[in-house]
Ligand binder design. Structure first.
Ligand SMILES: Cc1cc2nc3c(=O)[nH]c(=O)nc-3n(C[C@H](O)[C@H](O)[C@H](O)COP(=O)(O)OP(=O)(O)OC[C@H]3O[C@@H](n4cnc5c(N)ncnc54)[C@H](O)[C@@H]3O)c2cc1C
Length: 351
């Protein structure tokens, strides 16, 4: 007799999508297992430690149900002591990303979700039960799988960029643009595609001026989007320019940037800004799937049924940013996580 455990549902990933699908699957008595990722230097560098992207940020102001206010007492009662110690002390205003993620994790655990702190390194979806191979070794089999491994924002890899992350450097204008530190200040957006242009024009709502820094001599964005940025009096485009260094100090965070030039006729410049937004794309975390699920042209998993989370393999569902190159928000990831949990339950009941 095989010793390989056979699970009803294995959920891979530990962002809002993974925990929401676990809450639904656990409440449906499916006894789910979540592989939340491994705590390794490689995952730290890639921004894929357990608890997902939201654990990389400070305040979360736009997740419904968490208005500004002092949550300390609630956190003390909601989380066991061994998990409370893992977070920075509560800032006193609203919920932080790590707190929100710990609360989601705990809610899933309260309903009986089992959590394994490891990566799924490889899968075999060619037969059902599906076969999953964790990094630590061994094999797990599952009747049904939910892939909720998220996506990682692309960074330039500068040391100064890393130093000022969450202190003026961000990869999400919609998430962070409205924060007080950016209001009525000059900001930089790096990139030249549609999302860079969209982020730049979005940030003009808050900023006094937005510098769009692009390394080529024309924007890659669609014509209509590019024209919008060109016509916007609050957007200044720096063509043939690269971000060389984020300037700042410990007390103030970001105070400026040093730009280099790809055009030898231009000199390097320094501008004073309070924020730097990277908009050079995201990479969905799908490498471990080795092409076994259909993806779109950007590499994101494809939902094969309208308003359902079914992937190209029957019995495998996808939730959150790994299948969403458009909204990329915690609340939308949680929403599709709920859908995947319900889709898995119904698939197990009816096939
Ligand atoms: C700096 C920053 C700030 C943000 N701020 C906000 C905000 O204020 N509000 C908002 O709504 N959104 C915000 N977002 C976006 C939001 O965090 C994401 O939309 C959301 O986290 C996506 O959730 P997800 O569940 O799809 O996956 P993720 O949060 O990406 O989590 C997936 C996780 O799964 C795990 N994983 C990956 N691969 C494997 C594997 N092979 N095996 C096991 N585990 C694996 C990893 O731990 C990974 O981190 C922010 C994003 C960033 C980067």
């Amino acid at each position: 007799m095989s010793e390989t455990p056979l699970e009803n549902v294995v959920i891979i990933g530990s962002g809002p999508a993974g925990w929401s699908s676990a809450i639904y699957a656990a409440r449906a008595q499916l006894n789910p297992v979540v592989y939340e990722g491994a705590i390794t230097e490689e995952n730290r560098m890639a921004g894929t430690l357990p608890l997902g992207q939201l654990a990389l940020t400070s305040e979360v102001e736009n997740f419904a149900g968490f208005p500004a206010g002092n949550l300390s007492g609630f956190l003390d009662s909601a989380l066991p002591a061994n998990r409370r110690g893992m977070m920075a002390p509560h800032a006193g205003e609203g919920v932080t990303g790590p707190e929100l993620m710990e609360l989601m994790r705990q809610q899933a655990v309260n309903f009986g979700t089992r959590v394994i702190t490891d990566d799924v390194a490889k899968v075999d979806f060619s037969t059902n039960p599906f076969r999953l191979f964790p990094s630590a070794g061994g094999e797990v089999q599952a009747k049904c799988v939910i892939v909720a491994t998220g996506a990682s924002a692309n960074w330039l890899g500068l040391e100064s960029e890393e130093r000022f992350k969450n202190r003026g450097v961000s990869a999400c204008a919609v998430c962070d643009g409205a924060l007080p530190r950016f209001r009525n200040k000059e900001l930089v957006v790096v990139g030249g595609g549609d999302s860079a242009v969209e982020e730049a024009t979005y940030l003009t709502k808050f900023a006094s001026r937005v510098h769009l820094v692009h390394r080529r001599d024309e924007l890659r964005a669609s014509k209509i989007m590019a024209q919008r940025a060109i016509d916007d009096p609050k957007v200044e485009i720096h063509f043939n320019s690269t971000l060389e260094e984020v300037l700042g100090d410990d007390a103030n965070g970001v105070t400026g940037v040093r730009l280099g030039s790809t055009d030898s006729a231009n000199e390097a410049t320094t501008i004073e800004v309070a924020g730097v937004f990277l908009a050079i794309g995201h990479t969905p975390n799908t490498a471990f799937l080795d092409g076994q699920l259909e993806t779109n042209e950007k590499g994101y998993l494809v939902w094969k049924k309208h308003f359902r989370t079914n992937t190209s393999v029957d019995g495998v569902f996808a939730a959150g940013d790994v299948a969403d190159d458009y909204y990329r928000q915690a609340i939308s990831a949680a929403g599709t996580g709920c859908m995947a949990g319900l889709d898995a339950e119904r698939w197990l009941a009816h096939g």
